[in-house]
Ligand binder design. Structure first.
Ligand code: COA
Length: 269
């Protein structure tokens, strides 16, 4: 059964986020926070938790999630998965009023988790991402939503990957970035593209060269151009998320007028 615990921000003790690279864009959530149709709520957490917290998160997961967790060969993968799912369930419970005890998520054709509205009685769009010690959970009542977080890894052959997977305009824009900025711009572009295809639920099967995003890491919002007729770029917002400098993150949502609330979370379970 999911534990009904208050989300308690313990920024000072969160390993990794305490490192000084964190910025004050991420706020302490107020008591009794509720999701709102005017906002997307985004939660950032370190996944480097103590054993007690990992155990407490694990207790909130379904049997199927626990079985999946057991399949991770690395301890890091195991902990990231448990933390992200645990936080997702906690936030859905506390801010969307959903009692998900024993309830499994449903999965779309390409593996996107969602809620069965017949069971939950509510429509809540959510998405998660985790990478090398950090995790993001994003949610809002309804619509389509995707989030992506990546650690900036210098060993990545970004020119080769961009040339192979990105649209031509993106590749050219990356080539034209100032000296030394290409890698970060590549990851900014990557997370924006991933966030968009995750919002659609299609993953990379959508075709990463079927749409363009702007690549400047300094942009709060990315420009989006969609080639196919099935989506209208004006109906989307692709936002940069100000995560610690070690990572880059983006969020895509099909509600261009909505605002964002960024919450920095630690847990006392
Ligand atoms: C899920 C996917 C869309 C992104 O995966 P990722 O970036 O490796 O991992 P993230 O941490 O960002 O996201 C994983 C989470 O997204 C969710 N997810 C899974 N499939 C999804 C889908 N089709 N759409 C949206 N979300 C999905 C899950 O909750 C998953 O978390 P979990 O495994 O802990 O349950 C993956 O299927 C994919 O296509 N990866 C390809 C990555 C790639 O080659 N990118 C090229 C550069 S652009």
């Amino acid at each position: 059964m999911i534990r009904k615990t208050r989300i308690c921000v313990t920024c000072k003790v969160e390993k990794g986020i305490e490192s000084g690279t964190m910025n004050d864009n991420w706020q302490t959530p107020p008591d009794n926070l509720e999701i709102s149709p005017r906002h997307v709520d985004v939660w950032l957490t370190s996944t480097e938790k103590g054993e007690a917290q990992i155990r407490a998160y694990a207790m909130s997961l379904s049997k199927a999630e626990l079985a999946r967790a057991q399949k991770f060969r690395s301890k890091t993968g195991y902990r990231e998965y448990i933390t992200t799912r645990g936080l997702l369930r906690q936030v859905l419970s506390e801010t969307a009023g959903l009692d998900l005890a024993g309830v499994d998520f449903m999965y779309g054709e390409h593996g996107k988790p969602c809620l069965d509205a017949r069971v939950s009685g509510k429509t809540v769009a959510f998405n998660v991402s985790h990478s090398h010690g950090l995790a993001l959970v994003a949610l809002t009542p309804g619509g389509r939503l995707g989030v992506d977080l990546e650690k900036i890894r210098p060993e990545v052959e970004w020119r080769e990957l961009a040339g192979r997977y990105f649209a031509e305009a993106e590749f050219r824009a990356l080539e034209n970035r100032p000296q030394g900025d290409g890698l970060r711009a590549f990851f900014a572009c990557w997370t924006r593209k991933e966030a968009f295809v995750k919002a659609l639920g299609a993953g990379v099967s959508y075709g990463l060269n079927q749409f363009d995003v702007s690549v400047g890491p300094e942009e709060d919002y990315a420009a989006l151009t969609i080639r196919s007729q099935d989506e209208d770029a004006d109906g989307w917002l692709v936002k940069n998320l100000p995560v610690p400098d070690s990572h880059v993150a983006a969020l895509a949502v099909d509600r261009p007028a909505c605002g964002f609330r960024l919450w920095h979370v630690g847990h006392k379970l």
